[in-house]
Design a protein around this ligand. Structure first.
Ligand SMILES: Nc1ncnc2c1ncn2[C@@H]1O[C@H](COP(=O)(O)OP(=O)(O)OP(=O)(O)O)[C@@H](O)[C@H]1O
Length: 256
């Protein structure tokens, strides 16, 4: 049983014209695995992430996270499940400008009413791990994009979630910061064993994963596994993306 089990998942958006955004997806992500989801624009990546993160509900099929089905939970239970078991990293960081970096990072623990001592200990540990100790007292607008994203990763992982979900975490970063942020995600995955699902257009970001799953027209198309060499994996990802097609502009942002 994987940490994340997706079984026969389908999503149809009903409107004037109904769209089948996901069709019968089966995907299992093991405890400690770091998996990337890629595909052309409109292939269904965001829809899949929204189902797993419980932002939206499946039309049919099942999602189990750590053996629990969040879509069957009552509202309060679901809110608690999301707070305790999941961590989120977004493209635009989602940090609060009125708070310091430290206050942003401990927010999940504040919501859980943890003691100040526990918060301090955890803050120190995660800030050291992510190399952001020196910016803890700054405001979000006083630090770089890469530092903001590292702070966002700290916030997403300070409560040791069973599943970390990342949506285009390098989308707003230059290539140096992207590398740095991905190295941090890799480090969290390796040291804490945090199971991670990353949705991205960025082959550089995806090349840090153990496995990349490609979606095409709402269906799983293929998956490739990383060997020892990240550069080779990066090239395989590019080859697969060009094979899959999609818009040229999506590949024009490729960074080596
Ligand atoms: N709320 C919605 N209502 C109706 N159709 C939707 C909705 N959200 C997405 N879709 C459609 O579902 C399909 C999958 O969209 P989705 O956003 O999951 O793709 P994506 O792979 O994340 O694309 P991108 O890379 O551009 O973000 C598309 O055809 C899209 O137009």
């Amino acid at each position: 049983m994987g940490m994340l089990e997706i079984q026969k998942l389908s999503k149809i958006y009903n409107g004037k014209v109904s769209t089948r955004a996901l069709n019968n997806i089966d995907l299992s992500i093991e405890q400690g695995e770091f998996v990337g989801i890629m595909g052309a624009s409109g292939s269904g990546k965001t829809t899949l992430l929204n189902m797993v993160s419980t932002i939206d509900t499946p039309s049919s099929g099942k999602i189990l996270i750590n053996n629990q089905n969040p879509h069957q939970m009552k509202k309060n239970q679901l809110a608690q499940f999301r707070r305790r078991q999941l961590g989120f990293v977004f493209q635009d960081f989602n940090l609060l400008d009125t708070l310091t970096i430290a206050e942003n990072i401990v927010l999940p623990l504040t919501l859980e009413k943890k003691s100040l001592r526990e918060m301090d200990q955890k803050l120190k540990a995660v800030a050291e791990k992510l190399g952001i100790v020196e910016i803890l007292n700054k405001r979000t607008y006083e630090v770089s994009g890469g530092q903001r994203q590292r702070a966002a990763i700290a916030r997403a992982t300070i409560h040791s979630p069973v599943l970390l979900l990342a949506d285009e975490p390098t989308g707003a970063l230059d290539s140096k910061s992207s590398r740095n942020v991905m190295e941090m995600m890799e480090k969290i995955n390796q040291t804490d064993g945090t199971t991670t699902m990353l949705v991205t257009h960025d082959p550089l970001a995806a090349s840090y994963c153990h496995r990349v799953v490609f979606i095409k027209d709402g269906e799983l198309y293929n998956e490739i596994h990383r060997g020892q060499n990240r550069q080779e994996f990066f090239q395989e990802i590019i080859d697969m993306l060009s094979f899959l097609g999609g818009n040229a502009h999506e590949l024009s942002a490729v960074r080596v």
